[in-house]
Design a protein around this ligand. Structure first.
Ligand code: FMN
Length: 359
């Protein structure tokens, strides 16, 4: 199975790479993640000064992470003099260098980092959502390098497609969507306060709970502009990677999945990709990416059809139906006059005995 893909002219052996963050915070960590078989490397965000990270700064439960990590706790000099030369000695993976934040920061940093980078990713986390500022950021990078530049979107951007359009107009080469979402307040009942060390207790949330939002950004950007997209936010399985590809991403990043489940998850996902692609009827990663073009929305209203052989008569569909259109006597009956064709029963049936509305 061919897992290869391409973003802005950069060939990747497979579509999965780490998202910017602590797992790629120096050369040793990057090397360890590289050994998991990822298709590209992405550094933690580097800025003109080392971040003073408040701690505790990462907490997680089964389906989310909340963090207050800011950016790299190491200076740009340490990256330039030690981490990147050391990393480059052993690695031939495409390297995406994440930089932040202001146009002035980027004018200083980009010329220094350009020799190490195959591509730049700009974190816009602390510089808000103004398309004209995005244009300035892209111009600041383009002044100092001929390497491709991807803009990483903050989830608070109200219209991701419009923003992506502004990036394209100003000469940007791609979009990374999305960063963690916030501020959120991770209140802990036992402590009766937030556990984050950020002073005010707020942080940013990521992981499986934000996946639908990330997918929506990817989908909207895909529909609104032709730039390549790297999807990120909530990936924790090979199926998740394929979901992003099928919604318009050309490659995918993951961080929280590995923070929640362990770093080996990168390897497990890459190993599983061929069989999961095949199970979903795709011949290659590229085939899944191309399928984003084939998706058509349907607004035809249809009533559910019950497979009585499969139905266990658990009654869940009757209980949840918001239009009071289902009844359980001998078997589940649909009142077509009341049914709104909303789809909830089909999506909630635990045994897949309802069809016809969604599928
Ligand atoms: C602990 C932590 C640190 C992060 N640090 C950075 C960072 O330095 N730069 C950045 O652009 N995004 C950073 N992020 C955001 C991630 O790169 C990613 O966009 C977000 O977490 C959504 O992906 P995920 O659900 O796979 O984690 C960080 C996220 C976490 C959880």
């Amino acid at each position: 199975m061919n897992l290869s893909t391409e973003v802005a002219g950069i060939h990747l052996k497979n579509p999965l790479m780490p998202a910017s963050g602590p797992l790629t915070g120096d050369h040793r960590k990057m090397r360890a993640i590289e050994m998991m078989g990822v298709g590209a490397m992405v550094t933690k965000t580097i800025s003109t000064v080392a971040a003073k990270v408040p701690r505790p700064c990462i907490i997680a439960e089964r389906d989310f992470v909340v963090n207050t990590e800011l950016w790299s706790e190491f200076s740009p000099d340490r990256w330039l003099e030690e981490f990147l030369p050391e990393y480059k000695k052993h690695s031939s993976l495409p390297l995406i260098i994440s930089l932040g934040y202001s146009p002035e920061d980027l004018r200083k940093l980009v010329p220094l980092f350009s020799e190490f980078a195959d591509c730049f990713e700009l974190s816009t986390h602390y510089v808000a959502d103004d398309p004209s500022l995005m244009k300035e950021l892209i111009s600041a990078v383009k002044e100092g390098t001929d390497k491709p530049v991807f803009l990483k979107l903050d989830p608070s951007v109200p219209d991701p497609a419009k923003m992506a359009g502004a990036v394209q107009e100003s000469g940007g080469d791609g979009i990374v969507a999305i960063n963690s979402l916030g501020p959120v307040y991770p209140f802990d009942r036992k402590a009766n306060r937030s556990l984050m060390g950020s002073g005010d207790g707020f942080g940013w949330i990521s992981g499986p709970v934000i996946k639908k939002l990330s997918l929506s950004s990817v989908r909207r950007i895909h529909e609104g502009c032709s730039l390549p997209i790297i999807g990120v936010g909530g990936v924790a399985s090979a199926d998740d990677v394929i979901d992003f590809l099928s919604c318009g991403a050309s490659a995918v990043q993951m961080l929280s999945g590995a923070l929640i489940n362990g770093k080996e998850l990168f390897k497990r996902i890459i190993d599983a990709l061929p069989s999961v692609l095949e199970k979903r009827g795709f011949e290659s990663a590229k085939d899944a990416i191309d399928s984003a073009e084939r998706q058509k929305e349907s607004f035809e209203v249809r009533n559910p059809v019950i497979d009585h052989e499969r139905c266990t008569r658990c009654g869940l569909c009757v209980e949840v139906c918001p239009y009071f259109a289902l009844r359980l006597d001998e078997k589940v009956e649909v009142d077509k006059a009341e049914c709104f064709g909303c789809g909830l029963c089909e999506s909630r049936c635990p045994v897949g005995a309802i069809g016809g509305v969604l599928t």
